[in-house]
Design a protein around this ligand. Structure first.
Ligand code: ACO
Length: 367
């Protein structure tokens, strides 16, 4: 049975930065309040032309470059997002087209901030079963497009960005060791975008009432988060046959520094064992774990052979954790420039559209 190794990683955030001071010009808040209650100092927000798909494509190409894997070798692409480009088609299909992953099946997964953990687990299980060899998992969000910039309870928290992992099959033991996934829909109303779906399709009335924006019961989400983070970490370690002493680094969902500190207390682990970078990015939802992972690697806090726990919670309610033995790229002499594939993918996509158009003219729209 092959093992599912994490062999590539990449991240990207929009250039535009929004500081706490900038926010204090928009709503009644201040830098001191935001820092002390959340740990956040600034966040990145998407500019014109930047979308969940464009950020996902950039992060993916970086991850593929690390793994030295061609987009054409991918079997599966999962985009975890709560802020897709459209209700359909899936953002993953747009990414598949734009990177030229010609043989990959692609779909979106929605489990809010826990989504990246769920998606990595799905990809790892597909590899472990022998069904596929190479997978790309992306967490990408443009939450700034769904935030009510007049609501100080939510607009201070979120940021935009994307992160991606490449997972590959290999006979060498290691990689994803275990994962736990949990959900409790009875708490669905605690964090919700009420309108724009099939229950409340967008209408003048839903827009008038602001139902297309994020609504959150912050205190309840906080309480829930502090309960589940430590529990899920312990569960996944137990199913991998590991203990807390084996863990080199915990990479938690970056929602609130106080939530991460509570998890550290619950696990009786020193806070230094946790990767925290929410001060510069805010809560990028499902992108926060891969973004933090890339920074952990860049800062030498995560190295080959380390045992790392990813743990998160989010809307749904959802929560989960995953433990992996960190691998790094599989040995390979070859050079791969996935960025070139973007150019060829554009031409391929254009040709496919032209062929579809010609076929439509030749055969008629209804034949
Ligand atoms: N600036 C200044 N004051 C504020 C602000 C603000 N931005 N926001 C709220 N306040 C006020 C409140 O009105 C309240 O005033 P009151 O006591 O007069 O009523 C006071 O500050 C305290 O408010 P609380 O809500 O109790 O503040 P708390 O310490 O709980 O912090 C926060 C609020 C930061 C939202 C916290 O509850 C939190 O982080 N919750 C978790 C949220 C989260 O992680 N969500 C993402 C989940 S992941 C996903 O799926 C997207």
């Amino acid at each position: 049975m092959p093992y599912a190794h994490i062999t590539g990683w990449g991240m990207v955030v929009p250039e535009k930065v929004l500081t706490n001071d900038d926010l204090s010009q928009m709503v009644e808040t201040n830098d001191e309040w935001i820092r002390s209650r959340t740990g956040i100092c600034e966040r990145h927000v998407a500019g014109e032309g930047e979308t969940s798909a464009s950020l996902a494509v950039e992060a993916s190409l970086r991850a593929l470059k690390v793994a030295k894997l061609k987009p054409t070798e991918l079997d599966l692409i999962i985009v975890s997002t709560s802020t897709p480009e459209h209700l359909f088609p899936a953002t993953a299909c747009l990414v598949q087209d734009q990177i030229g992953a010609t043989k990959a099946g692609a779909f979106d997964l929605l489990a809010a901030c826990t989504g990246f953990i769920f998606a990595v687990n799905m990809a790892a299980q597909s590899i472990r079963s022998g069904a596929i060899t190479n997978a790309l998992v992306i967490g990408s969000e443009t939450l700034s497009r769904f935030v009510d910039w007049g609501d100080r309870n939510t607009c201070i928290l979120f940021g935009d960005g994307a992160g991606a992992f490449v997972l590959q099959a290999d006979e060498e033991p290691g990689g994803v060791l275990s994962a736990v996934m949990h959900s409790d829909g009875s708490g669905g109303d605690l964090l919700v975008i009420p309108a724009g779906g099939s229950k409340h399709p967008t209408s003048a009335a839903t827009i008038e009432e602001g139902l297309h924006y994020i609504r959150m019961d912050g205190r309840e989400v906080f309480r829930f988060a502090t309960r589940v983070m430590a529990r899920a970490t312990k569960e996944t370690l137990e199913s991998a046959g590991l203990t807390l002493e084996d863990v080199d680094l915990v990479i938690p969902h970056q929602a609130n520094k106080r939530i991460i500190e509570a998890a550290a207390r619950g696990l009786k682990l020193p806070i230094e064992r946790f990767m925290i970078n929410l001060d510069r990015y805010g809560n990028t939802s499902t992108a926060s774990i891969p973004i933090a992972t890339v920074e952990a690697i860049e800062n030498n806090r995560l190295n080959a052979g380390d045992k790392v726990v990813f743990v998160g919670f989010g809307a749904g309610l959802t929560w989960g954790a995953l433990v992996a033995e960190w691998t790094g790229p599989l040995p390979s002499e070859r050079r791969v420039y996935p960025g070139w594939y973007r150019f060829w993918a554009r031409i391929r996509s254009l040709l496919l559209r032209v062929v579809r158009l010609i076929e439509g003219i030749l055969w008629g729209r209804h034949s």
